[in-house]
Design a protein around this ligand. Structure first.
Ligand code: SAM
Length: 312
């Protein structure tokens, strides 16, 4: 974990209190803490840094069944394809990547990408910001994103047809920097950063995957600056009881507090409904972006995510 993160970290177990974490460094390479831990002097928890990966989870063993598939190497490869195949000469993902990047503001001081997977948007944020950090529950995603930041090139393979595989190789272009980007294992429902840390925040295709969607929005709101902040929110609203019980969905039901369409409910919450998210946000752009996942060479999944760009 790069040392520049240390002053911004707080204990996720002590929320809503914000207790800074103290770093113990056992092994460091350049500015990267390879082994050490982050200590909370209030609850006395130690959050490990192993192989450079900071694990900032309250319950490190609490991975749900639905989440486990994000640890599988085939899933990692499918996300690598979705995030980076344009850099391997496959133009079909370029439009979505350019569209997400086009929703980010220039010159943010600090940026946060919740549920970053293998990190393409986090790199795009770092290119436009002072520094950027991505968080994900999946150790395998974070390990892959950190390795990419270190080596700046990566090879992976996906099914071509039947037992045949197709290999992909890509390199990060110079504008996708490594020096100001970091990836940590952390929960988007207990974000280990102090309030008002980030000028740019993003939650891409995550809301319908978390166990408590409203808590996720609340946490994103907490870590965003209270003024001069920008929020890129997007989701396909594929609500599922595998991720969250129906009474916690923010849409997709006929009755209940958040009956109706998820996009309408999230827009209303951002605009200050019930004062859950305060100060209120102003929606400056909205639309829909189609992005792709590949299974084999003749099979693609196209997912349509509604997005909102909000400012305050
Ligand atoms: C559908 S994927 C989207 C990934 C990426 N944002 C994108 O749009 O390609 C959902 C991601 O959220 C992560 N995730 C799920 N629940 C999470 C949580 N509570 N905190 C952090 N990440 C989470 C998963 O591991 C996965 O990487």
């Amino acid at each position: 974990m790069k040392q520049f993160l240390i002053p911004h970290l707080i204990c996720p177990a002590c929320l809503p209190g914000e207790i800074p974490l103290e770093a113990t460094v056992n092994r460091v390479e350049a500015d990267d803490i390879v082994t050490g831990d982050l200590f909370c002097k209030k609850c006395r928890r130690r959050f490990p840094i192993k192989d450079g990966i900071a694990i900032l989870l309250v319950d490190p063993d609490g991975c749900s069944g639905a989440q486990r598939r994000y640890e599988e190497s085939d899933t990692v490869n499918r996300y690598l394809w979705s995030h980076y195949a344009d850099l391997a000469g496959k133009a079909e993902v370029a439009e979505a990547n350019a569209a997400w990047g086009g929703c980010l503001v220039d010159n943010a001081l600090a940026a946060f990408d919740a549920g970053c997977a293998v990190g393409r948007l986090t790199f795009e944020m770092a290119a436009k910001s002072g520094w950027a950090v991505g968080c994900d529950l999946s150790h395998n995603f974070i390990r892959t994103a950190r390795r990419l930041a270190r080596e700046r090139r990566h090879s992976f393979s996906l099914q071509l047809e039947g037992n045949l595989c197709e290999s992909f190789h890509f390199e990060l272009p110079a504008d996708l920097r490594s020096d100001n980007v970091e990836f940590v294992v952390a929960d988007a429902l207990a974000i280990p950063f102090a309030r008002h840390t980030f000028q740019q925040i993003s939650s891409l295709n995550l809301l319908d995957r978390v166990s408590y969607p409203l808590a996720h929005l609340y946490e994103m709101n907490r870590v965003a600056q209270s003024a001069d902040a920008s929020f890129l929110f997007a989701d396909p609203f594929s609500w599922s009881t595998a991720a969250a019980p129906e009474e916690r969905w923010l849409g997709g039901t006929a009755a209940g507090k958040y009956a109706g369409r998820g996009l309408d409910n999230v827009r209303a919450l951002l605009e200050g409904k019930d004062k859950v998210l305060s100060p209120a946000w102003k929606i400056i752009r909205e639309g829909c972006i189609n992005w792709r996942m590949r299974t084999h060479t003749n099979h693609r999944e196209i997912i349509s995510s509604d997005f909102l760009c909000a400012e305050r």
